[in-house]
Design a protein around this ligand. Structure first.
Ligand code: GLY
Ligand code: MN
Ligand code: MN
Length: 436
């Protein structure tokens, strides 16, 4: 049962208005084979889901804009035999009623109906290059229509990408979406706290992973939102480390970058903490620096501020800290201009967050100006520092990787930290780990 058909219907109406004319074809994702006849867990296409709320594979949304706009779902038929093996499927009639489409048909009818729906339309909205199968299907349909000119049929003369319109909508989260994202963030935040509580020196990285995965599933999240990172010691200096198979050693830090997906919405949290429950002096110096950078960045997340303001605020704090800690030499301006800080901080400070962990939406406008933040946008704030052994780097910092990442919602006046339940001050981390 779709819990909120009206929410999804409103989104379709908004897109239909933005299209003005023409037909949009928006397929969901294909099922993917993992090996031989085993599949990966199925994950719908985010934009298809955004417009439908429909989670089954083998489905496509067709939107017909114009004076009499309508939304049509094509989906799998009911199939009692297959449902014994694979589970429930709605079938067109129930899907139409419960998800609020104007019409719904079997996928078996798609090819014939598309010929009728696309005939004499000025344009078709379709994302070319995503799926060879869907590209071929549309091409076959357009080729077929082009042979019917003598019957007075005209072919759409433009194929436009619907992503520009859909992505602009997805950038602003509705109250319905914000509520799910807060719930998702609460689950992931408490999962990070649980990992801190259960950590003991000598555990394997995958055993720590098991603790937060346990909490994700225990609280009803459907999946991790992306491949989790559990990186002890030097492993944290590999930004996309995900082997998660090394022992966690007394005296090292561990960096976890993990979030859950709830009803399609991703959470993305990073926390870094000492394996033995107490930061060493150099670890604390670096940790406090990254935390100060994050605090400065979050203070810039407010309506009207440029997207890049948070990154620049984090960078200013980090660069001064790198100089104070003798990691970089020279004036802050010189270090910024030369880019010398990139030896220790080589990524940006955040990204949009939503149905995709790196969510859709532009960062700059057509004039190459940074977008300005506005209420309803959701993003991560995730400064870090990663220090590999090198001749001109103080040895007590070697092999230390730290990232602190939270998810924030731009509000009417400033921002809410959705992941605030995940503890992160030195005092709170040490207190939690030492009482566990
Ligand atoms: N977990 C992916 C990221 O932080 O961007
Ligand atoms: Mn992130
Ligand atoms: Mn992350």
């Amino acid at each position: 049962m779709n819990p909120a058909p009206a929410e999804f219907k409103t989104r379709r109406q908004t897109l239909l208005s933005a299209m003005g004319e023409g037909v949009a074809i928006i397929p969901t994702a294909a099922e993917a084979i993992r090996n031989r006849d085993s599949h990966y867990p199925y994950r719908f296409d985010s934009s298809f889901y955004y417009l439908t709320g429909f989670k089954e594979p083998e489905a496509v949304l067709v939107l017909v804009a114009g004076d009499q706009p309508k939304s049509i779902l094509f989906c799998r038929d009911k199939d009692p035999e297959r449902e014994i093996w694979d589970g429930f499927r709605y079938g067109p009639a129930a899907a139409c009623e419960q998800f609020g489409f104007d019409e719904a048909y079997s996928m078996d009818e798609l090819d014939a109906k598309l010929l009728v729906l696309l005939a004499n339309q000025p344009k078709v909205y379709f994302s070319l290059g995503v799926s060879a199968l869907w590209d071929a299907k549309l091409t076959a349909c357009l080729n077929h229509l082009s042979t019917q000119g003598r019957s007075g049929v005209s072919v759409p003369d433009a194929v436009c990408d619907p992503r520009k319109l859909i992505d602009a909508m997805r950038l602003y989260k509705s109250p319905f979406e914000q509520a799910i994202m807060q719930q998702s963030a609460n689950i992931a935040a408490t999962a990070h706290n649980r990992a801190m509580q259960f950590l003991k020196p000598g555990m394997m990285e995958y055993q720590l992973e098991a603790e937060f995965l346990h909490e994700f599933y225990r609280q009803g999240a459907q999946a991790p939102a992306y491949t989790s990172i559990v990186a002890g010691g030097a492993n944290a200096c590999t930004l996309h480390y995900n082997a998660n198979n090394a022992p966690l050693r007394d005296g090292d830090l561990v960096l976890i970058d993990a979030g859950c997906e709830l009803d399609g919405y991703a959470t993305d949290i990073s926390r870094t903490f000492p394996v033995n429950g107490r930061f060493s002096g150099p670890q604390r110096d670096l940790y406090e620096l990254v935390l100060a950078a994050q605090t400065a960045a979050i203070a810039q997340v407010a309506p009207g501020n440029e997207w890049d303001a948070a990154h620049q605020a984090a960078l200013a704090v980090l660069v001064q800290g790198f100089i104070d800690l003798k990691l970089c030499q020279g004036s802050p301006q010189a270090v910024l201009e030369s880019g010398d800080y990139r030896r220790f901080y080589m990524h940006r400070t955040g990204h949009w967050l939503g149905l995709d962990v790196h969510d859709v939406g532009d960062y700059k406008d057509r004039d190459q100006q940074w977008l300005r933040l506005a209420p309803g946008m959701t993003l991560t704030v995730e400064p870090g520092c990663y220090i590999r052994p090198a001749a001109n780097v103080p040895e007590h910092f070697w092999n230390t990787g730290i990232r602190i990442e939270d998810d924030v919602l731009v509000t009417a006046t400033a921002c809410d930290v959705l992941t605030a339940k995940a503890i992160k001050t030195v005092a709170d981390i040490e207190a939690l780990m030492q009482t566990s």
